[in-house]
Design a protein around this ligand. Structure first.
Ligand SMILES: [Zn+2]
Length: 144
C-alpha cells in the first residue's frame, strides 16, 4: 500500500467508523472487495427501511464501508458505490455533512434531494446502476 492510499484510509476513517458501527448494529455479513468492507444482510435491509421507508435504499457508502440490502445489491451497485468511496476519500469527515447539505440545497431549490445532489450526479455519470434497479428504487443509496 502506498503512503497516498494509507492516508486516504486515515482521512476517511471517521466516516468509515460510522459505517462499521452501522454494519455491526445491523448484524451484517461482511466481505472485503478491492480494499472496501462490504456489509449486507436482513438487518441492513431493515435498517434502510427504518431510515427511509419510502426511498427504497439498496446500498449506502460510509467511508470504506458499503452497506447493501443483500449480496446482489452490492454486486449491482459496486461501481456506483466506489465513486462514493472516492468522494469519501476526498472529503474525509466532511463527506456526510456535505452530502446532506447538498441534498438540502437541491431540495430547497425545488429539486429532488437525491437525484439533484451533485455527489449523486457525479456518481450516476461515472457509474450508473442497472436500469431495472434504478427504476425500482427512487434512491439507490444515501448517506446516514
Ligand atoms: Zn449514489
Amino acid at each position: 500500500m502506498t503512503t497516498r492510499r494509507a492516508l486516504a484510509y486515515v482521512w476517511a476513517s471517521p466516516t468509515t467508523l460510522l459505517g462499521l458501527a452501522a454494519g455491526v448494529a445491523c448484524g451484517a455479513t461482511w466481505q472485503v472487495r478491492d480494499g472496501v468492507l462490504e456489509a449486507s444482510g436482513a438487518g441492513v435491509a431493515r435498517g434502510f427501511e427504518w431510515l427511509a421507508p419510502q426511498r427504497g435504499i439498496v446500498a449506502m457508502t460510509l467511508g470504506h464501508v458499503v452497506l447493501g440490502r443483500d449480496a446482489a445489491a452490492l454486486d449491482d451497485t459496486r461501481d456506483h458505490e466506489r465513486v462514493h468511496v472516492a468522494q469519501c476519500e476526498r472529503w474525509g469527515a466532511a463527506f456526510v455533512p456535505a452530502y446532506l447539505a447538498a441534498s438540502a440545497i437541491a431540495w430547497a431549490r425545488g429539486g429532488d434531494a437525491y437525484r439533484d445532489n451533485p455527489f449523486e450526479r457525479a456518481a450516476w455519470t461515472q457509474a450508473p446502476v442497472p436500469a431495472g434497479l434504478a427504476a425500482a428504487s427512487p434512491s439507490i443509496d444515501a448517506p446516514a
